[in-house]
Design a binder for this molecule. Structure first.
Ligand code: ADP
Ligand code: MG
Ligand code: ZN
Length: 615
């Protein structure tokens, strides 16, 4: 960790005295709470839950009362009343199960839930207050530590944040467009529902599932849905939290996590961003990853220590399995892999259906169309889209969402907010109009380009204007060479138009050039679409150095090959540019007509555009 030291904060006496006051208040409240608590509880000795279970087993129990503060009062047949206390997040049934009481036995008991009376409430209030103060104090300590106050360290070491536990209500119905993944996880759900059934048959159930997929594709959601489907607790922790934590805490947090998990089992332990701790060991830049390694080791130790009847399933999520330590993937650890990809059109439509559930939509809203114009959107993006659309509708004073709301939300997300107020000179506007018209006209005359969905010269985000294609081929996963080539031609059409009309070029085309270069490069180095270079795949990901693999592996080919690749990329770009130029020269009249139309009305939709091109 290399936090910057801030001389302004740090050791100032003000911070310290504040800390002391908090400690004092804390102690007083805590003691006060305890005294009151004991008083209202009616004293009496406390027995353990194991003893409660023993009484149940021996059939001596007349009645059990569970109060809202987790006090368990046991009335015996012989009239004696005993008090016990159970873990807050575990139900009485789960607790008794731990001590060998079966569901049958439990059902025969006379159990009453005592609603919160003021007597129970008061001490609870105090406890809550105490917890709140402690949390505040720890946060305060962490903050001052970050600004370089290392003396406070020993205090902050105590549990920085509790592990999150809940029993989710989401189910598979809330996760759309990932049918295969759901099927693969179905088995886990069944196991968690009835572990005995599997154990009886001696089936080896998986201990760990690794979910691999880009951000926002619903990994967390799906893991929660598994717990929700099975009706078991979900405990989660994030790999990145370990890395940020104080030295030496990671491993003990893992231990705590699993201890707690064993108490509530069957359950799911979810480790998000496992790559943060699970990178290949002994590699990477910078060194000093002991903390990470210890944390990772502890996770492995815990998983290896699972017995056949440890009903815990560990689900880990990552968006880069390529950097994971192979030790994690060994049998008996994360030996199940579930890949989650960005949704295809159908998937996107289904996700939109999930997120528009319960939102008023006008009948004109066609989710299929929206799914079509959102290739590359992950579930989280689509959720965001629906939300933005709802905001547009609300701001426009309507009580249902219409298609325009979605359209605007999409553009806002894809391009950044509209910037009507940006000052543009008339000359600039003209250049933009011809640039965008150049894209659109080229695309119109290309065989394999997507149809134009919208053209505008209203600035948005970084762009002076843009042409939005309607991807008919729908998804980006499979493209023909012709399609890719035509995409490049379309991208270069903007610049070609500027050159033809004004004889000079501007910087407006820079992102077009970037996109076309990366497509051309991918064609040569990844898709085997250049005869000269052949079918070999070349990796030259400059990021690779930072991923924890060894250095010097950045390029796996010779300088000569590099030269050939460069020349092939150049050739593709040059050919495409020539094609764009010749299309626009041939249809110069259309280019001019469209640009003039744009200068007049600023935005054209598909129909308006195609009408204009037809004359
Ligand atoms: P990840 O963990 O893969 O980054 P999340 O599970 O955190 O993604 O997804 C964030 C949000 O996006 C979810 O809470 C959900 O609202 C939405 N979302 C993502 N994927 C889906 C999906 N397949 N179906 C429905 N909603 C989804
Ligand atoms: Mg997540
Ligand atoms: Zn452009």
């Amino acid at each position: 960790m290399s936090e910057q030291k801030n001389p302004e904060e740090g050791n100032s006496p003000v911070n310290w005295s504040r800390g002391l006051i908090i400690v004092a208040v804390l102690i007083v409240v805590f003691i006060g709470g305890q005294i009151l608590f004991n008083q209202f509880r009616g004293a009496g000795s406390e027995i353990s839950m194991a003893e409660v279970a023993r009484y149940v087993n021996e059939g001596q129990v007349e009645k059990i009362t569970v109060s809202s503060n987790d006090m368990v009062t046991v009335q015996l047949l012989d009239g004696n009343v005993l008090a016990s206390r159970k873990e807050p997040d575990i139900s009485l049934l789960e607790t008794l199960k731990l001590y060998g009481i079966s569901e049958e036995q439990f059902r025969q008991l006379d159990i009453r839930q005592e609603s919160a009376s003021w007597q129970g409430l008061l001490p609870m209030l105090f406890n809550l207050l105490t917890i709140g103060l402690i949390a505040w104090f720890v946060l305060f300590m962490m903050r001052s530590m970050r600004s370089g106050q290392d003396q406070a360290m020993s205090f902050g070491r105590s549990r920085a944040r509790m592990i999150n536990v809940d029993t989710p209500v989401v189910t598979f119905a809330d996760v759309a467009g990932v049918e295969e993944s759901k099927q693969e996880l179905q088995e886990i759900v069944e196991f968690l529902r009835e572990p005995e059934k599997f154990i009886r048959l001696g089936a080896r159930v998986p201990k760990g599932v690794l979910m691999i997929g880009p951000p926002g594709t619903g990994k967390t959601l799906l893991a929660r849905a598994v717990a929700g489907e099975a009706g078991v607790p979900f405990m989660s922790i994030s790999g990145s939290e370990f890395v940020e934590m104080f030295v030496g805490v990671g491993a003990s947090r893992v231990r705590d996590l699993f201890t707690k998990a064993k108490q509530v089992a069957p359950c799911i332990v979810f480790i998000d961003e496992i790559d943060a701790v699970g990178r290949m060991r002994g590699t990477g830049l910078g060194g000093g990853h002991d903390e990470r390694e210890q944390t990772l080791n502890q996770i492995l130790v815990e998983m290896d220590g699972f017995d056949n009847d440890t009903n815990i399933i560990v689900i880990a999520a990552t968006n880069r399995s390529d950097v994971l330590d192979p030790a994690l993937l060994r049998p008996g650890r994360f030996d199940r892999k579930v890949y989650i990809t960005r949704p295809d059109v159908r998937g996107r439509q289904q996700i939109l259906e999930v997120h528009t559930r319960g939102k008023p939509l006008l009948s004109e809203v066609n989710l299929e169309t929206i799914a079509k114009i959102t290739p590359g959107f992950a579930g989280a993006d689509l959720e965001n889209l629906v939300n933005e659309a709802a905001i547009f509708a609300a701001r426009r004073g309507r009580n249902a969402l219409n298609m325009q709301d979605f359209q605007d939300a999409m553009e806002k997300i894809a391009m950044g907010p509209e910037r009507r107020s940006r000052v543009i000179t008339p000359e600039e506007k003209e250049v933009v109009a011809f640039h965008e018209a150049g894209h659109a006209v080229t695309m119109f005359f290309l065989q394999n380009a997507d149809p134009v969905h919208k053209i505008t010269i209203i600035p948005r985000g970084m762009a002076g204007g843009y042409v939005m294609p309607l991807p008919e081929s729908a998804d980006t996963s499979l493209h023909s060479r012709e399609h890719l080539e035509d995409r490049i031609v379309g991208l270069l059409g903007g610049r070609a138009a500027e050159e033809i009309m004004f004889g000079r070029i501007t910087t407006g085309a820079s992102s077009d050039l970037e996109s076309s270069t990366s497509i051309a490069r991918a064609m040569v180095t990844r898709y085997g679409m250049s005869e000269k270079v052949g079918l070999r795949v070349f990796s030259d990901d400059p990021n690779m150095v930072f991923l924890g693999r060894s250095l010097g592996e950045q390029r796996d080919y010779s300088d000569e090959t590099a030269h050939t690749i460069d020349k092939e990329v150049d050739r593709i770009l040059k050919n495409s540019y020539d094609r764009a130029r010749s299309i626009l020269t041939e249809h110069r009249d259309k280019l001019i007509a469209l640009a003039n139309m744009l200068l007049e009305v600023e935005t054209l939709d598909r129909n308006q555009f195609e009408e204009l091109m037809a004359v």
